[in-house]
Design a protein around this ligand. Structure first.
Ligand code: HEM
Length: 425
């Protein structure tokens, strides 16, 4: 077929009819793209979302294409309201090319094995401390308690001073950034207010570090980010530095969602819990990987076509909104045998894949937008799983552990309640 821009293409991307499908996306949530891939029998299709033409894709090859920074850009792809509340203005997520790489290098510089070990040690310490309090409580709402735990651990790791009486408020503010990321109406404004309060808190702290008003060791992450220079050799403005500090704190608190799913998995698959008790680090990791693959968290990501190109005989036009389905790729039947079965064993001889297993994005950490905190997430989850399985006993009272495939992020209804917590001797 001859297309006006002068390209010769043989394939037409299957197209969903209709004016706009944003409502379907809201109704079908995590399954929206997979449902259409199934009915078109294609891992790529065209639709209209948010009033615009959009190409949706899933799978290994689609992810490889999506992460080609010659073909796609991020700036302008995510709605401004989401950037203002969830990412923060001028955050690394919105940058491209050299400015992105320079910023990403700063974030990746804190993901060394020593730094990650510190985060794990701090997290383990706080599991121990919090569990002493839980022994005294009638019931523990794990989602909320783990958010406080992770907020305390994240602040300690980064070097952000946090008073005990501040923990609940800061944890709530950080959580509301991801809980309200795609909300509309008043719920969105809860997130925006939290963003304003967090930006103010951390940017003032950065000013204080720069003015020498707080005593801080020069190897803390906060100190290093406070004194980071941009590509032109200018000191970051304190708001931008604050956004990147929050880019560490917020997602560490978000690991609470995965920890809720870890709990649900050990509750629903008791035979696997038994195995976790007697197994080594490898099985812990396999279990964590399967939780990250199986349960819904980050649904998809968006980019814009940089300039016209052809891929697999499909034409992509400049500025087209393109959406990569993360959840759908992790459940793509072409990549995963029995994708809807929870089976940690699938990761036993897993060779790794930068594009086929993408709960936290794909591609390269330094050159692309893949999640800077993926290793941190895995290590914190492993330490938490080990604690839950091997360090405490508890009861799981009857409750609604169901989780939505529509709300984003998906948080189990009961937020996972446990009772009669007892530390093991
Ligand atoms: C809680 C579990 C987490 C999930 C599900 C998650 C998921 C993601 C996803 C899907 C992306 C976007 C990838 C892309 O745009 O291609 C991302 C980016 C990012 N994540 Fe995570 N993440 C998690 C934890 C973390 C942690 C613990 C940190 C830091 C301590 C972190 C820091 C970042 C940063 C800085 C980016 C932006 C990277 C860039 O644009 O280059 N994340 N994450």
């Amino acid at each position: 077929m001859y297309k006006g821009s002068g390209f010769l293409t043989k394939n037409t991307i299957p197209k969903e009819d209709g004016m706009d499908h944003t409502l379907n996306l809201m109704r079908e949530g995590y399954m929206y793209i997979s449902n259409r891939c199934h009915s078109f029998q294609s891992n790529i299709f065209e639709t209209r979302l948010f009033g615009k033409q959009a190409v949706c894709m899933r799978g290994n090859e689609a992810a490889e294409l999506f992460y080609d920074s010659e073909k796609f850009k991020r700036n302008g792809a995510t709605p401004k309201r989401v950037v203002r509340s969830f990412f923060g203005n001028e955050s690394v997520q919105t940058l491209d090319e050299n400015t992105h790489r320079h910023r990403k290098e700063m974030l990746m510089s804190v993901m060394t094995s020593d730094c990650l070990q510190q985060l794990v040690d701090i997290t383990k310490h706080h599991w121990k401390e919090m569990s002493k309090e839980w022994e005294q409580m009638d019931k523990v709402i794990l989602y909320e308690e783990v958010q406080k735990l992770l907020c305390t651990a994240a602040c300690e790791w980064v070097g952000v001073p946090l008073q005990e009486d501040e923990v609940s408020k800061r944890a709530k503010d950080l959580a509301s950034l991801f809980e309200s990321a795609v909300a509309v109406g008043p719920a969105y404004w809860v997130g925006r207010n939290s963003r304003n309060s967090l930006d103010k808190w951390i940017s003032e702290l950065i000013d204080e570090v720069r003015n020498g008003e707080v005593n801080m060791h020069d190897n803390t992450i906060l100190y290093r980010f406070a004194w980071h220079y941009d590509m032109n050799g200018d000191l970051f403005n304190s708001k931008t530095a604050a956004v990147e500090i929050i880019n560490l704190l917020r997602p560490i608190v978000a690991i609470s969602i995965f920890i809720n799913f870890l709990m649900i998995a050990i509750h629903h698959y008791p035979e696997k819990k038994e195995k976790l008790k007697s197994s080594d680090d490898q099985y812990l990791e396999m279990f964590v990987q399967e939780v990250r693959r199986f349960y819904p968290f980050f649904p998809f990501i968006a980019a814009l076509v940089k300039k016209d190109f052809i891929w697999q005989d499909y034409q992509f036009k400049e500025d087209t909104l393109t959406i990569l389905d993360l959840y759908g790729t992790n459940h793509d039947p072409n990549l995963w045998k029995n994708p809807d079965l929870f089976d940690p064993e699938r990761f036993r001889d897993w060779k790794g894949s930068p594009f086929g297993f993408i709960p936290q994005g794909g591609g390269d950490y330094w050159m692309g937008h893949r999640c800077a905190g993926e290793w941190a997430t895995i290590e914190v989850m492993k330490a938490s799983l080990n604690f839950l399985v091997n360090k405490i006993d508890y009861e799981v009272p009857s409750q609604d552990l169901s989780f939505s495939m529509v709300s984003m992020p998906s948080i189990p209804q009961s937020k996972v309640v446990i009772k009669h917590v007892k530390r093991r001797k």
